[in-house]
Write a protein of this length. Structure first.
Length: 318
């Protein structure tokens, strides 16, 4: 099979028939063998009924419905697990991503041997204040932190080799950072393509300003996981030793100072009256706690079990 097209969605019933027809038209024109996997992330409208109807009419259409809204990352995870194509395309269901971009993305993977190609919505039709400016700041921070030189981490239109999506773990809200996850997994050839961005035709956006706050928090998380996810003791242990050493040296300074005063028959004060006593006590406690955090992190890492992160209510053609 040439292509698996994975489309997570939430309340996009108005867009689905048009999107499906558009995809079929592009696939037929390019003679692709394909599957379209719709993941209904807890829609409350008629989206799932439409997916069932489309799957009955077109055997290439498959569907997964979550019991409730779990988020885009979980939807992509479910789609990645079922995808069978040599090349995987992800796109949004709101018609802002153009299926006409798919053939070129496909050939960038197969002919130019990219591991991953990310779309770049160079010209956007979103609100400048609500999306464009925060997105530019977010992308700048992501480039600086991750080392992956992409202009648009948030673009939902991406193409992957099958081996890439089978070897990365998308959890939490990490869908924004799939290129970073791919790089950390060893897939270094990451490309970018300018893609058409269209104004939303139906409904309203499902994302608000909070996604950028969450995005920055996730960026810190992925930076930590990429550097210390497999060895938390290297960070917490080192910080713990540093803090404990500061405390130990402070305590030594207090003891030396008291002995010096006694030796020279000078007036001495209570140890608890010396501010260095509290610095020593605090830093030694913090150092011990950090060391224990690293130790517990190592134990959890070695004993954790993979937990089910979402519940699937129904499937069609899968």
């Amino acid at each position: 099979m040439n292509l698996s097209i994975i489309i997570p969605l939430l309340n996009e019933s108005e867009s689905l028939p048009e999107l499906h027809s558009w995809i079929v038209r592009v696939m037929t024109a390019n003679h692709f063998s394909y599957e379209v996997i719709f993941i209904d992330d807890g829609s409350t409208d008629n989206s799932w009924k439409l997916i069932e109807t489309l799957s009955a009419q077109d055997p290439n259409v498959k569907g997964i419905r979550f019991l409730r809204n779990y988020g885009k990352s979980q939807a992509l995870h479910a789609g990645f697990a079922k995808a069978q194509g040599d090349v995987i395309i992800t796109m949004d269901a709101d018609l802002q991503d153009s299926p006409d971009e798919i053939p070129e993305l496909y050939h960038m993977i197969t002919d130019q041997q990219y591991d991953l190609v990310s779309g770049w919505k160079k010209k956007r039709y979103d609100s400048v204040v609500a999306k464009n400016l925060p997105s530019k700041l977010f992308n700048w921070a992501a480039r600086k932190t991750s080392g992956v030189q992409l202009n648009d981490f948030n673009c939902g239109l991406k193409a992957y080799k099958n081996i890439v999506i089978k070897n990365i773990e998308v959890s939490g809200e990490m869908h924004r950072y799939i290129p970073v996850l791919a790089k950390n997994a060893g897939f270094a050839k990451i490309g970018e393509k300018v893609v058409i961005h269209q104004a939303r035709k139906y409904g309203t956006t499902k994302f608000g300003m909070e996604r950028f706050i969450n995005g920055f928090l996730d960026l810190i998380t992925i930076w930590f996981l990429s550097r210390f996810g497999k060895r938390p003791m290297h960070l917490f242990g080192a910080l713990g030793v540093l803090m404990f050493s500061i405390g130990f040296l402070s305590a030594g300074y207090i003891g030396f100072s008291k002995l010096f005063r006694l030796y020279h028959h000078q007036h001495t004060i209570l140890v608890t009256s010396n501010p260095w006593f509290y610095i020593a006590l605090t830093t030694m406690i913090i150092g011990t706690q950090l060391f224990l955090a690293g130790f517990l992190g190592e134990i959890i890492l070695r004993t954790k079990n993979n937990e089910e992160r979402y519940k699937i209510a129904e499937k069609v053609n899968i």
